[in-house]
Write a protein that binds this ligand. Sequence first.
Ligand SMILES: [Zn+2]
Length: 173
Amino acid sequence: MNLGVGNIPVGGRELVLSGADEWVRRAASQAAGGPVSRVEGTLRVEDQDSRRADVTGTVKVSAKLDCDRCGEPTEVDVSADVELTYAPAASLSSDSLIADEEVELARADLDVGWYEGTSLNMESVLCEAISLAWPSRVVCSDTTSCEGRVEALLEPGKAATSPFSALRGFTDA
Ligand SMILES: [Zn+2]
């Protein structure tokens, strides 16, 4: 899904995101680190002087992932407020100082990304937007039962099949 930065209409272009679209699901799954059960939202892409593109909106993503503490699957719900601005990659090196200053100004309130050529790859944009809001660590929402499971895992000898039981049988023989 590519959006030509020079072809964005005045007032912006609105994209309604649906999990039925393969590129939307692909971007969300990549950001979530696993298959997503829901992805929806709206992104508005606005052209700033045919060079810079601002992307704003909200994206809601749900995924069932394994808890990083106890290992049980848990539902992760993220609502991401998107505020990104994209500048042409060329302005990094060869462009005028004015363009750099513009990007510098935008940096204050928006996250800045770069695009190659003349169009925005919306799949990368969406993936980045979700990644920024995604928790670095997945933990069960029910912390009490999560802690109970972690304690059970750490408690030695409580498990029915301890890794040492086989060894014990071997030395007795
Ligand atoms: Zn857990």
